[in-house]
Design a protein around this ligand. Structure first.
Ligand code: BJ8
Length: 426
């Protein structure tokens, strides 16, 4: 994927060089097959193509540079971890590799076979020495969302220091108090790690940077309401995936440029598909890079993905932190409230999510919903029942898919998706 010889850097990071070369070859080929075959992509996607081609190269070099200057790198797996506090101390927040079937043999030595692919993936990446992001991180931050992750972090901590934030399970006032306490404790941890104090000034800046990143993703999302769709779901997903590890300022600027171009396309009536192409909302578990399986199957079956009700999508970008806080305390309150709004299926009850899916269907004029759960992900597989019921009541078709990162079921999934799209078209 990458051009320059980064092997000395990868060696210094303790990566398994042979395995890593193989991984990059496989990923490079997959990217060509899935992304580069698309026609009529916006030119602005070239920036994203470049970022992905340098995901293990230039971006890691940048992280190593910032570390040399005394700044820290913090790796995360969940959108509950408040990036604002990390940026406030001049540290960098990166999403860690968890979207590919990698190091499964190693992962299964410490985890049961019937574990969610995302969890197995991050464990596999670490144990097989294939994720430069975790190697470059000074600290990994986990969270008590689902049981699988919670228990896996205990094991991950044997290999890499993993700090765990306690996420409440409900949304009462008592839960808010707990979550606020967690944020304060995380603030202390970040201060101690970086040796820098969080002040109202640097936190205001952190809030602004993250809000702006979310604003540009909201902008991209709202442009996808247009008919015909001006950008493929695969490309939009890629933008949302890259948001987790690119430099936030550069990313915001590049995606804003992309949005300008898309706006222009909409004015000219340019789309990536014809009018009348079935419009699909994908909802459920997050799709970490390079998990492109479901949107690829949908978009090569004659439909277009118009939105993702997912943590790599709408769920993590729709809410901003209120910027009116003046004191540090007020800002912490604003961060607490913003993150409490995330409607992860780990919460109970979680009616906000179902309501939100119904709103998205309307807003994006979706013809149907494909509910995607990673196999063995109890929160989303169980919640799919309620989502389906709510959609049925409104006469909106839904297809429930449970799968992992493997390719064994691709033929069967394609048949099911095609049959669903036939039904949606009628
Ligand atoms: S806020 S969705 S990013 S926890 S898929 S590991 S839930 S068994 S990833 Fe998530 Fe945060 Fe929630 Fe979002 Fe567990 Fe399910 Fe696996 Fe999951």
């Amino acid at each position: 994927m990458t051009q320059k010889d980064y092997r000395p850097m990868w060696k210094e990071l303790g990566l398994n060089l042979v395995g890593h070369d193989q991984l990059l070859n496989v990923l490079g080929q997959a990217y060509k097959d899935i992304y580069m075959r698309q026609e009529n992509r916006p030119k602005g996607m070239q920036y994203l193509d470049f970022v992905i081609s340098e995901a293990h190269g230039l971006r890691i070099e940048e992280l190593m540079e910032t570390k040399k200057k005394g700044n820290k790198v913090i790796g995360t797996f969940c959108v509950y971890v408040p990036e604002e506090l990390i940026l406030a101390v001049g540290a960098t927040c990166v999403g860690l590799c968890a979207g590919a079937e990698i190091g499964i043999d190693e992962a299964e030595k410490v985890l049961p076979r019937n574990t969610c692919a995302l969890i197995k993936s991050f464990m596999g990446f670490k144990l097989a020495g294939l994720c430069p992001y975790i190697q470059a991180s000074d600290l990994v931050v986990g969270e008590t969302t689902c049981d699988g992750k919670k228990k896996a972090y205990e094991i991950l901590n044997d290999y890499k220091e993993t700090y765990v934030m306690e996420i409440p399970q409900m949304k009462t006032e008592r839960d808010r108090t707990l979550w606020r306490g967690e944020i304060i404790q995380f603030k202390d941890k970040v201060e101690q790690l970086s040796g820098r104090k969080i002040t109202s000034e640097n936190l205001r800046e952190g809030i602004k940077i993250v809000n702006n990143k979310r604003r540009v993703l909201q902008r991209l999302s709202s442009l996808r309401e247009a008919i015909p769709s001006p950008i493929s779901g695969l490309d939009a997903l890629l933008v949302n995936q890259i948001a987790f590890y690119d430099d936030p300022l550069r990313f915001t600027k590049s995606v804003n440029d992309l949005c300008d171009e898309i706006e222009d396309r909409i004015k000219k009536g340019i789309g990536v598909v014809k009018n009348g192409t079935p419009r699909i909302l994908v909802s459920g578990s997050p799709m970490a890079v390079p998990n492109w399986k479901i949107p690829y199957l949908i978009e090569t079956s004659g439909a277009i993905v118009v939105a993702e009700e997912s943590c790599v999508g709408e769920r993590s970008t729709r809410d901003l932190v209120d910027e009116s806080g003046k004191t540090l305390d007020e800002m912490i309150d604003a961060i607490t409230d913003r993150y409490m709004k995330i409607d992860c299926a780990c919460f109970t009850p979680n009616v906000e999510r179902t309501d939100h899916i119904l709103d998205l269907v309307k807003e994006f004029k979706a013809d149907g919903v494909i509910h995607y759960s990673i196999q063995f992900c109890t929160p989303y597989t169980v919640e799919a029942y309620r989502v389906e019921k709510a959609l049925q009541e409104k006469g909106i078709p839904m297809l429930k898919i449970e799968t992992d990162y493997g390719m064994e079921d691709v033929g069967q999934l394609k048949t099911r998706i095609e049959a669903f799209l036939e039904m949606v078209k009628k």
